[in-house]
Design a binder for this molecule. Structure first.
Ligand code: ZN
Length: 240
């Protein structure tokens, strides 16, 4: 992609009190997103740097109010900042439970959680609820209707073959408005369905060539899906 067409982070969108800030979404580096309403404070994909970014915008008290974290998949650029965020919440004496939603079978999240609990079990004062998502059933949190949906993300195995990894997108509906985040995915009808008519769609365009479209979407594929929403951001675009 032409350098001056690259997304300029942070990307911010707001309608009334429904707010989203995408601190960044750069392949192999980091994605980090915060979604808030008057009542809710969610983090989506806590990639490397998420704590630093939150700390610039929010007070300690506000960071402690984060109730739920949503993970799209286990690649390091989508959850590399989770350890420091969990540790910060412990050091700051958080007491209230924290929910972490993730696609069932994601080995990275289960490993980070087990390691974290074994290191900090003596000092941590807040329960962490790991909630693995197996289906596309929606649920309500602080007035926000959350609908996870399966997407189609892959990684090369030791033989260079692209194998599927547990991966989800999430749609957030609040006060008659909706945000659809597809996570990382190749073209999938599920995302087409969920992005359609959303007030904001956040669509990855990580494939530079048609050959890479097995793992990610090309700008053309992503834009086509984005255009079915009221507004859209293309994210996860390779910088070089
Ligand atoms: Zn990925």
């Amino acid at each position: 992609m032409n350098k001056n067409k690259l997304p300029k982070y942070p990307l911010i969108w707001q309608k009334d009190d429904f707010f989203i800030k995408i601190y960044c979404s750069i392949p192999n580096i980091a994605t980090g997103i915060v979604i808030t309403t008057d009542k809710a404070k969610f983090v989506v994909d806590p990639g490397d740097g998420i704590l630093r970014d939150l700390n610039k915008d929010y007070s300690k008290k506000e960071i402690l109010e984060i109730s739920d974290i949503f993970i799209s998949h286990g690649h390091h650029d989508h959850l590399g900042g989770l350890w420091s965020l969990l540790t910060y919440l412990s050091v700051m004496k958080r007491k209230k439970p924290l929910n972490i939603y993730y696609p069932k079978g994601c080995p990275e999240i289960q490993s980070i959680y087990s390691a974290f609990i074994s290191v900090y079990s003596k000092e941590i004062e807040y329960p962490i609820n790991l909630i693995n998502i197996t289906d596309q059933k929606g649920f309500a949190l602080d007035g926000v209707q959350v609908t996870p949906f399966k997407v189609n993300h892959r990684e090369p195995n030791e033989f260079g073959k692209a194998v599927e990894v547990p991966s989800l997108g999430y749609r957030f509906d609040y006060d008659g408005k909706s945000i659809c985040y597809g996570g990382d995915t190749a073209y999938t009808e599920n995302l087409v369905k969920m992005a359609k008519g959303a007030d904001l769609a956040i669509i990855e365009a990580g494939a530079l060539t048609d050959e890479e479209a097995e793992l990610h979407m090309t700008i053309e594929q992503a834009s086509k899906i984005g255009e079915t929403a009221e507004e859209y951001f293309l994210v996860h675009v390779p910088e070089n």
